[in-house]
Write a protein that binds this ligand. Sequence first.
Ligand SMILES: *Cc1c(COP(=O)(O)O)cnc(C)c1O
Length: 227
Amino acid sequence: MRFLDLPGRVAEVRGRIERAVARGGHGQAVRIVAVTKTFGTEAVTAAWRAGLLDVGENRIQEAIAKKREVDVPVRWHLIGHLQRNKVKHVTEFDLIQSLDSLRLAEAIDGVVRNAGRTADVLVQVNIAGEETKGGFEPSEMPEVSEQLAAMTGLRVRGVMTMAPFDADEARLRHMFAAARGLRGTLVAAGHAATELSMGMSNDYEIAVEEGATCVRLGTVLFGARST
Ligand SMILES: *Cc1c(COP(=O)(O)O)cnc(C)c1O
């Protein structure tokens, strides 16, 4: 069986998170989303057995295929771009972390309202303005927050962001603090936005110090991805 060392890695990561919460002083609870993309369903099962209740996938087809195969009741997070022609699948996910345009928001809103449901979403913010990454610009957030408030099928639960891979610590802190501020912008527009999804394998301790409530971890749990 693969991932035999996962419980030990989880214990190590949980310890690091606990110490980062103490250093940061935000006192938040932190959820680990195990990023299982590119790994087989055994990663999902291993995560569940190791006490991780949430998994993240960035491709909708891959996620749905795994979801059909596993029998552990994890919560499924979509953390990658959702094409509008795949929007009908949103109801398969417990949380869409990658809401990255108003057109997508409208499409999701339409699908879930037709189904008599709601969708929990995080607003993805492109905090460093990187060309290669999706998400809203920070400056758009006041207006976006207002517009999302009119979409009654969406429950906007917070902000998701990805920091640049090569940023130094000072810059990371600055960007994570900015994301925290943008969650405040959502709250000011009336959203029940409590979540701050930020921090990956290489920067999660800094993200937690800056208030992350959700860290998305792949490599540090499962090892390097081959693709
Ligand atoms: C792949 C991915 C992660 C996990 O990255 P690691 O560096 O392996 O921890 C987190 N968030 C998103 C959006 C991803 O696509």
